[in-house]
Design a protein around this ligand. Structure first.
Ligand code: A2P
Length: 286
C-alpha cells in the first residue's frame, strides 16, 4: 500500500442554522482521511442524545432514488460512536468500501454536509456489562478500534480499573495511525490529566501489532495471546476471571477466536442485563 499522511479538512464555518433537509440530520464538522480505505469524521450532536461510551447508533445518507417511483429511502448502518459521552460533537471511524452501498458515498462527505443519525444508542461494549475487575483489556482489529476510542477517553475507564490494555491489530502500519494518534493525544491532554490526576494515564498500555507490514510487533493478537508473547511483553502472568475484564471488537473471525481464548482462561460473556467478565461486538465492515 502507499503510505500517506492523514489529510484533515478543517471545520469550515457552517451556517449557524443549517436547514435540515434529511430526517434526523446532523452536520459534518470535520473529515480526516487516514489511508485509501480508512477515514474518520465528526458531526454535530443532537441536543437530546445521551449515550454510554462504547455504544453505537445508526447513521447514513439518503439512498439513490427508486428508478420507478423516484422515492428515496435512508441507507443506514450501525456505527460505534468513537467520541466519549462528554464530547459536544460526535466522532465516527469508518472503512471505505468502493462498492459498499453506504461507504462508497459516505467517504465523500465534507464539512457542512449533512448525514442522517438516528439518536437511539445501543450496544454491549459498555462498562455496565462487566463485573468489577482490576485490569481491562480492549481487543480491536481494524475499525473495531472505534468503540474503544470512546471508552479510552471516558474517565470511568480509569476510575474503575488499575490497568487498561488496548491491543490493536491491523494489516499495515498506516491503519494503526488513528488509534496511535488518539492515544498520543490522550496522554498529552491537559484536561484529562487534570480530570483524572497526572498519574492516572500511566494505567494505559498500548499494544499495536501488524500482520502484513513489518512493524516492531508482528502477528495476530490471537496468536500472541496463545503463545504467551503478550504476557511476556507486558510482564503479566496471564488472564483470570478474578482480575481481568475484556471487550472485543473486530471481524467475525477475530471475535469467535477471542471468545474461545477468553473462555479458555475461564472468563464468561456478559451482557447489559447480566454483567460478567467479557463482552463482544462485531466491527462495522461494509
Ligand atoms: P491477517 O492479516 O492475518 O488476516 P481485516 O483487514 O481483514 O479486517 O483484518 C484486520 C486485522 O485483523 C488483520 O491484521 C488480520 O490479520 C486480523 N485478523 C483477521 N481475522 C482474524 C482472526 N480470526 N483472529 C485474529 N486476527 C484476525
Amino acid at each position: 500500500m502507499t503510505e500517506q499522511s492523514p489529510v484533515t479538512q478543517a471545520a469550515q464555518p457552517v451556517n449557524a442554522t443549517p436547514n435540515p433537509v434529511l430526517p434526523d440530520a446532523q452536520t459534518v464538522t470535520q473529515v480526516t482521511h487516514w489511508t485509501d480505505w480508512l477515514f474518520s469524521f465528526r458531526t454535530t450532536r443532537p441536543a437530546s442524545l445521551r449515550f454510554r461510551s462504547g455504544e453505537f447508533v445508526m447513521i447514513g445518507l439518503m439512498g439513490d432514488p427508486d428508478p420507478k417511483t423516484g422515492k428515496q429511502k435512508p441507507l443506514l448502518r450501525a456505527y460505534s460512536i468513537a467520541s466519549p459521552s462528554w464530547d459536544e460533537e460526535l466522532e465516527f471511524y469508518s472503512i471505505k468500501v468502493q462498492d459498499g452501498p453506504l461507504t462508497s458515498k459516505l467517504q465523500h462527505i465534507q464539512p457542512g454536509d449533512q448525514i442522517i443519525l438516528r439518536p437511539k444508542p445501543v450496544g454491549t461494549l459498555v462498562h455496565d456489562a462487566l463485573l468489577p475487575g482490576k485490569r481491562l483489556w480492549f481487543f480491536a482489529t481494524g475499525t473495531g478500534f472505534a468503540p474503544f476510542a470512546s471508552l479510552l477517553r471516558d474517565p470511568q475507564t480509569y476510575e474503575d480499573y488499575d490497568q487498561v490494555i488496548v491491543t490493536h491489530t491491523c494489516r499495515d502500519v498506516a491503519e494503526l495511525e488513528y488509534g496511535r494518534q488518539l492515544i498520543e493525544n490522550l496522554r498529552a491532554d491537559e484536561m484529562m490529566q487534570e480530570l483524572l490526576g497526572e498519574d492516572t494515564l500511566a494505567k494505559l498500555v498500548y499494544y499495536p501489532t501488524t500482520t502484513r507490514e513489518e512493524s516492531p510487533k508482528m502477528g495476530r493478537i490471537t496468536t500472541l495471546l496463545k503463545d504467551g508473547t503478550v504476557f511476556r511483553d507486558l510482564g503479566i502472568e496471564g488472564i483470570s476471571p478474578e482480575t481481568d475484564r475484556a471487550m472485543v471488537c473486530g471481524s467475525m473471525g477475530l471475535n469467535l477466536d477471542l471468545k474461545e481464548i477468553l473462555e479458555g482462561f475461564g472468563l464468561e460473556e456478559g451482557a447489559n442485563s447480566d454483567p460478567k467478565h467479557y463482552v463482544v461486538e462485531k466491527a462495522f465492515v461494509g
